[in-house]
Design a protein around this ligand. Structure first.
Ligand code: AMP
Length: 280
């Protein structure tokens, strides 16, 4: 695996792959890689001839007072894991490389409405940061396909919408969430949890599965179910941002019996914000 840090080197490497007729799959990350990220690389290998990964802790998607400064940075270990997983090229840019005029003056890409609900309501500006950086990375890497985790379900929905709206010729593949043995969705932020919080964290997944089971069994009083889910988390010591039952298609509230549903939750344990979701 080759690592490049500059835009000219990345463009040259991409051009070389393309002139050899290779289909490119792209896996963008913020690093501190775990088995969930590596599963995306594996999926990307199946989807194309060459896999490009990136590691960039994107300051534009962090709000004031969020964990940008303390977000774990483990590039050497990450590069070794990516090489082992079969990535061909790693793009590891510095902040100035991607925001030469500073992040605040950067042209933005915004998906309205979808970016303002759920996590977007709790973290204003977050998804503009996500769609802007992913659009920039797509322009640089020019992938044929890009693989994202269903763990970040709202992000995946937004990115599907962005490529449609901006006519980007890129197939977006969603990949299932990798979990620890006790059900906790793998996340770079799980490392923030102390022992007591870590023991309680799998409650989010258990709650989501329980709600999904009840919908499956015929309950359709979604408002009451959301309240019950929130009460379970609150009783376990979480500070809950939301528990929401939504349509898979556009994350709007369910409107008909035919709607495919997903239950999404975001909740804080101490200083750590955890998210998870469960398709019904
Ligand atoms: P991040 O480094 O957190 O920005 O995540 C990079 C990519 O990995 C995103 O597409 C995430 O959705 C995906 N991802 C994160 N955690 C998991 C997981 N537990 N299972 C599958 N994909 C994941």
């Amino acid at each position: 695996m080759r690592t490049v840090i500059s835009i000219p080197d990345l463009r040259a490497a991409v051009r070389a792959l393309k002139t050899h007729g290779k289909r490119i799959a792209f896996v963008p990350t913020m690093g501190n890689l775990h088995a969930g990220h590596l599963a995306l690389v594996e999926r990307a290998r199946q989807a194309a001839d060459a896999v490009v990964a990136s590691i960039f802790v994107n300051p534009l998607q962090f709000g004031a007072g969020e964990d940008f400064e303390r977000y774990p940075r483990t590039e050497a270990r990450d590069a070794a894991l990516l090489a082992e997983a079969g990535a061909d090229l790693l793009f590891l840019p510095a902040i100035d490389t991607l925001y030469p005029h500073g992040k605040d003056d950067c042209t933005r890409v915004e998906v309205p409405a979808l970016g303002d609900i759920l996590c977007g309501a709790a973290r204003p500006g977050h998804f503009v940061g996500v769609t802007t950086i992913v659009a920039k990375l797509f322009n640089l890497v020019q992938p044929d396909v890009a693989v994202f985790g269903e763990k970040d379900f709202q992000q995946l929905t937004l990115l599907r919408r962005m490529v449609l709206d901006l006519d980007m010729p890129i197939e977006i593949i969603g990949h299932p969430t990798r979990r620890e043995d006790d059900g906790l969705a793998m996340s770079s932020r799980n490392g923030y949890l102390d022992a007591d919080e870590r023991a309680r964290a799998p409650m989010i997944h258990a709650m989501l599965k329980s709600l999904a089971g009840q919908i499956h069994a015929g309950r359709d009083d979604f408002g009451a179910l959301e309240e019950e889910g929130r009460a379970v988390l609150d009783a376990a010591g979480f500070r809950t941002d939301y528990v929401a039952i939504r349509r898979v298609e556009d994350l709007a509230p369910p409107q008909s019996k035919q709607d495919e549903l997903v239950i999404l939750a975001a909740a804080w344990l101490g200083r750590t914000r955890l998210i998870d979701n469960q398709r019904v």
